[in-house]
Design a protein around this ligand. Structure first.
Ligand code: ADP
Length: 423
């Protein structure tokens, strides 16, 4: 492939889709791969996002996976590499943002990169190197209590410096506000001082759009998904509806939901209130050995011809706690995920070609069960949730799929999403 593309490495699955969504909105045609593909990409794209699950795994593994992704992306013609992490800079004291960045820099033979999780559309802003989530500092945002990656220091220069031997500096807002020439001059100055990674302030999309041109030609960019809005112009790409164009939707419609988040509970209620067919599955019956998936599929067969059906384990927190108390939360989670994934696969085998999956972990299980290895990213339904299109072993004619992580989407999401696909 001779065409120059943007090659992206994302450290988690829904984060990859979030980045892909921003690139599509900025006009790029984007393909997302689940893990590092074993074969060359067989379709046209301006950007490819390789989705890893490397955020909290041991750093040696995160480095190995990221380098494998880099190598594959370079073979596809990647001109610039974008290492995408969470907009709350989720990482442990050991990394993996710093170590992966160091390894990518070394492999690319580059001595400078930037780091900024700023994503103003999602209220993540960086000022003087401090990360704000909404109106409060990162360390007061609830992220200080995260079970895997507690973020207790809002100063990203310090956080990143603790993860790397490379010297970390800052490109502050007074520089960013002046635009490309000033940013480039600051980068040159930092390089002279021996700085290899610079945290960049950005409090608005205008800041990110000013930053974009200054990143042209930089071999490696590390960021949340926000910086993506300023890069497509460097590749001669302008926003257009064309980038989001997917094949025409066909086939039956279904929703499977294993998310118990507040937003998903409301979305399930909204669908039921509208009088649409919905079936709740009971984790205790799965635990008792009942073939709940077969039951659900038999039920769905009777309803699918008339419009979308919903199969859900979604429940209020008290009900989830009761189930977890009886089965243990890991066991309950895994059992429900397996069952919903089997249902998703069975639905596709029965002709569903427009599928919504609610839940981050649930999405991972369903995509795996469906054998989907790559997806083309289409139009956004709600912030962070685009329709995607994939070919799967049980859907060789193609399948539209939307993966909705927990708290995303408006209350009428399940109805609105299908309406958007038909428009
Ligand atoms: P979200 O994106 O909302 O966090 P996930 O799919 O990531 O959703 O996580 C939800 C977890 O809860 C999954 O492991 C799922 O299997 C589990 N789960 C779903 N329904 C129930 C239930 N009724 N009782 C207990 N656990 C459940």
């Amino acid at each position: 492939m001779t065409k120059k593309i943007l090659g992206c490495i994302a450290d988690d699955f829904t984060g990859a889709t979030d980045l892909a969504n921003n690139l599509v909105r900025a006009g790029m045609r984007v393909v997302q791969a689940m893990g590092v593909p074993t074969a060359p990409l067989d379709t046209e794209a301006d950007a490819i996002v390789v989705a890893l699950k490397s955020r909290t795994i041991p750093k040696e593994e995160a480095i190995a996976q990221s380098l494998a992704a880099l190598q594959w992306l370079q073979a596809q013609g990647a001109e610039q590499i974008y290492f995408k992490y969470c907009s709350t800079f989720d990482s442990t004291a050991a990394g993996n943002i710093g170590p992966v960045t160091d390894a990518l820099m070394q492999a690319l033979g580059t001595d400078f990169t930037i780091a900024t999780p700023a994503f103003p559309d999602n209220k993540r802003t960086v000022f003087k190197g401090y990360l704000f989530v909404g109106d409060v500092l990162l360390s007061e945002s609830g992220m200080q209590n995260h079970p895997l990656t507690p973020m207790t220091d809002p100063n990203l220069v310090r956080v990143l410096q603790a993860q790397t031997q490379s010297r970390v500096g800052l490109i502050d807002h007074s520089v960013v506000a002046q635009g490309e020439a000033a940013i480039r001059a600051r980068i040159d100055q930092l390089k002279v001082e021996g700085v290899r990674m610079a945290v960049v302030d950005a409090v608005s999309n205008a800041d990110l759009l000013r930053l974009g041109p200054a990143l042209k030609g930089m071999p490696l960019v590390t960021a949340g998904s926000g910086v993506a809005i300023g890069l497509p112009d460097n590749f001669g790409v302008a926003p257009s509806n064309e980038a989001a164009r997917l094949p025409t939707a066909h086939g039956l419609q279904a929703i499977v939901s294993g998310s118990c988040s507040v937003a998903t509970n409301q979305q399930v209620m909204d669908f039921i209130k509208a009088g649409k067919p919905a079936l709740a599955i009971d984790p205790l019956r799965i635990a008792a050995g009942v073939d709940v998936a077969a039951e659900a599929l038999a039920w769905a067969e009777g309803h699918m011809a008339n419009g979308p059906v919903l199969v859900y384990s979604t429940a209020e927190p008290s009900a989830v706690r009761a189930i977890q108390g009886k089965l243990g939360s890991d066991k309950a989670g895994a059992m429900v995920e397996d069952t919903i994934a089997a249902i998703a696969r069975g639905l596709v085998q029965r002709g569903v070609r427009q599928l919504i999956v609610a839940g981050g972990e649930t999405s991972g299980a369903c995509v795996q069960a469906l054998g989907i290895t790559q997806m083309r990213i289409g139009a956004q339904i709600d912030p962070g949730v685009p329709w995607c299109h994939a070919v799967a072993p049980d859907a060789k004619d193609g399948l539209h799929i939307a993966l909705k992580s927990g708290n995303f989407g408006s209350t009428d999401f399940f109805t609105k999403a299908f309406a958007q696909l038909q428009a």
